[in-house]
Write a protein that binds this ligand. Sequence first.
Ligand code: DC
Length: 213
Amino acid sequence: MIITLDGPAGSGKSTVARLLAERMNYRFLDTGAMYRAVALAVLKGAGDENDLEAVTKLVAACTIEFDSDRLLLNQDDVTAEIRSPEVTAVSSIIASNPGVRNRLVELQRAIGRQGSMVTEGRDQGTVVFPEAAHKFFVTANLEARARRRQRELAHKGVNQSITTVMDQLRQRDERDEQRAHAPMKPAENALVIDTSDLTIAQVVEMIAKKVSG
Ligand code: DC
């Protein structure tokens, strides 16, 4: 069984998806990590993230694999590196490249064929797994998302003002929602959950209940 969780950055969907997968004993797929790996490959190769053809060639030539919780790019462990602010910014640019999306969608479907999983991203319910058994769109208002992101960054020793974090999220939302290819939006049959005033545990509970019917 495939369960999809889509939604914007800071909505809590990653944490919820991970906990839900653990609880159900399903695999967990973080598709954002795959876009981040491509962004890192572009940055490492000093390529131009806006060059559609060059980035498409690059993504065809690299390997992106999960080894339990670690992400391997061309066999190197890049789990920590893909969380840097530079990678975050470039990932939302290369995510509008159809060549990149086609390749990553193929990889995601191949992983999905290996058995039950909870997968999270922006297009899992709309494009990658339209036949998924359960689809959720997890969102929250901009301020709630920015506060969560600010806390996460502070844990990593990065202190940013709330207005800076809000601006970055807004910019990323716009790019993700407005791209021509697989824009971020709820699937028609997705249940939309606003987590602004909910705890992670409450959201996990809500989804688990819905899934177990
Ligand atoms: O969820 P995240 O912040 O790790 O995602 C990084 C970027 O990748 C984000 O700006 C949008 C893009 N992305 C996407 O376009 N489609 C997905 N399924 C997952 C992520």
